[in-house]
Design a protein around this ligand. Structure first.
Ligand code: GLU
Length: 502
């Protein structure tokens, strides 16, 4: 048997360090067994998937040295490797399940589902929704069928009992069937859901080991059942511990930069980041902290993964990076890296149009763009005092902007402008006054070029990190303040009667 592992990221937003972490362990496992590592793009959620995001996954994983043997961009015998190109395949398998009675068409409307949920809630039922809960009168079904009413396909699941999941690291895990709902397998638009597409693809792509984050453990019963329904051998399952913030909560962009692009932009060495991800729950036999990807590959043993939640601590990563700079780059190599990192032609061409009108001599250039290359800006409260709004209101504006920007799916000048302009309107602030603290937070001064352009150039994680830092400089937003802000934020755009304002 050839070992085949895979990662299956969804191309939404920025490429996540968690994706790289899972990729690293899959790559190591496959290579250690002389196997293959596959990259599959799970883009069934077409409203959120973007080609830019897909490209960013390719670029950032390659930057980290995590190359794949098969994938949408490199080909392979078991493709296509992009789920949006496999729609017909899933249809065939859904039909098979329907025919065998393992799945059923569900004609419940969203309103009827809401009503069902409300009813169950009122009666204190908190188990999962089962096929029998969803049953409609035969007559209604026949009517809806005849009228070509949209439907979803759901899987049949047992009502109760225990599902045993065998995990490579955890051994036997017992999960309760009563908590597993009649999962939708195909949406009304004919697109499969994650669960169906994932199982079908892992089977057809001959994946032998599914190594993924522990947030998927609860999905394992559905997957195992699907393998049984199809009569297929299930792959070995292995759930890696989730990366955590320093406060032990799940790593989230609200607390920590999570985008690989952020770390690239901050000037971390790819070798150091890969090394650090290898330290997440895993250690070398001699416990050494610094090791190359090759050394990890040579010494890999998945059994050395420890299940305690690994903390992704940026300070530690910084320290490790400094070792890499000192020990692995001679002066010439460091100079080369610097040029490649910041002063390359591509970067220059992005920046020059913004500064050309503003510089009189070349020597004006570096000071004007230094904020783009800087990691953290050394701000103090005094940097904000010249702005029109009170410091308190500036802090609030920054926090509200941060929340809006966290929800933004596309990071470009127009999106940023529209979002921030409507926020300023909702807060009844003049755009100029509203943007002033953002200017300082992003570029360290109000005398820079457009803050929207600057944010686009900096990227989403770096921009958000700067807003977070500025909020800290202004005294931070403790629990109480946040509560108050959240309330106010939730009221934005609503008239006093609670109606949305047109
Ligand atoms: N598309 C899922 C994700 O985004 C894949 C999970 C899995 O590996 O099964 O993480």
């Amino acid at each position: 048997m050839t070992v085949r592992t895979r990662i299956a990221p969804s191309p939404t937003g920025d490429p996540h360090v968690g994706t790289a972490y899972i990729a690293l362990f899959n790559l190591c496992y496959a290579k250690q067994h002389g196997g293959k590592f596959v990259l599959r793009i799970e883009d069934t959620d077409q409203s959120r998937s973007t080609p830019e995001s897909e490209q960013a996954i390719f670029d950032s994983l390659r930057w980290l040295g995590l190359d794949w043997d098969e994938g949408p961009d490199v080909g392979g015998n078991l493709g296509p490797y992009r789920q949006s190109e496999r729609k017909d395949i899933y249809k065939k398998y859904v039909d098979q399940l329907l025919e065998a009675g393992h799945a059923f068409k569900c004609y419940r409307t969203p309103e009827e589902l809401d009503a069902l949920r409300a009813e169950r809630k009122a009666s204190g039922i908190n188990t999962a929704i089962k096929p029998e809960d969803l049953k409609l009168d035969d007559k209604i079904v026949a009517e809806r069928e005849a009228a070509n009413t949209p439907y979803v396909v759901r899987m049949n699941v047992p009502t109760d009992g225990i599902c045993e999941v065998e995990d490579l690291l955890r051994g036997k895990i017992e999960l309760d069937w009563s908590m597993v709902d009649a999962q939708i397998l195909m949406k009304s638009d004919g697109m499969p859901t994650y669960h169906l597409a994932n199982v079908v693809d892992d089977h057809l792509m001959e994946i032998t080991h599914v190594i993924r984050g522990e947030e998927w453990i609860n999905s394992a019963p559905k997957h195992i059942l699907l393998y049984q329904y199809f009569g297929w051998q299930a792959p070995v399952l292995c759930h890696l511990p989730l990366l955590r913030n320093t406060d032990k909560t799940k790593l989230s962009k609200r607390k920590n930069p999570t985008s690989i692009l952020y770390y690239q932009r901050m000037g971390y060495m790819a070798e150091a980041l890969t090394n650090y991800l290898g330290r997440m729950g895993w250690s070398m036999p001699d416990e050494s902290e610094k090791f190359s990807l090759q050394e990890m590959l040579d010494n890999f043993d998945i059994k050395r993964v420890s299940l305690g939640g690994p903390i992704f601590d940026v300070e530690k990563l910084r320290w490790l990076n400094s070792l890499w700079i000192r020990e692995d780059l001679d002066d010439e190599a460091l100079a080369e890296r610097m040029v490649k990192w910041a002063l390359n032609q591509d970067n220059m061409m992005k920046v020059i149009p913004h500064v050309k009108q503003r510089i009189e001599t070349f020597s004006d250039f570096l000071p004007m763009v230094a904020f783009l290359a800087a990691g953290k800006l050394e701000l103090t409260e005094a940097d904000f005092t010249a702005n029109k709004l009170s410091l308190e209101d500036q802090k609030k504006a920054l926090q509200f902007a941060l929340w809006k920007l966290e929800a933004l799916q596309e990071w470009n000048r127009d999106q940023l402008f529209n979002t921030l302009k409507s926020l300023a309107d909702e807060m009844s602030l003049k755009i100029k006054d509203f943007l002033a603290p953002l200017f300082v937070a992003i570029s360290g001064t109000t005398a820079s070029f457009s803050v929207m352009d600057a944010m686009e150039l900096l990227g989403s994680d770096m921009s958000r990190a700067r807003l977070r830092e500025a909020i800290e400089v202004l005294g931070g937003a403790g629990k109480k303040v946040l509560k108050r802000y959240e309330k106010e934020f939730a009221q934005l755009g609503k008239s006093p009667e609670g109606e949305a304002v047109e």
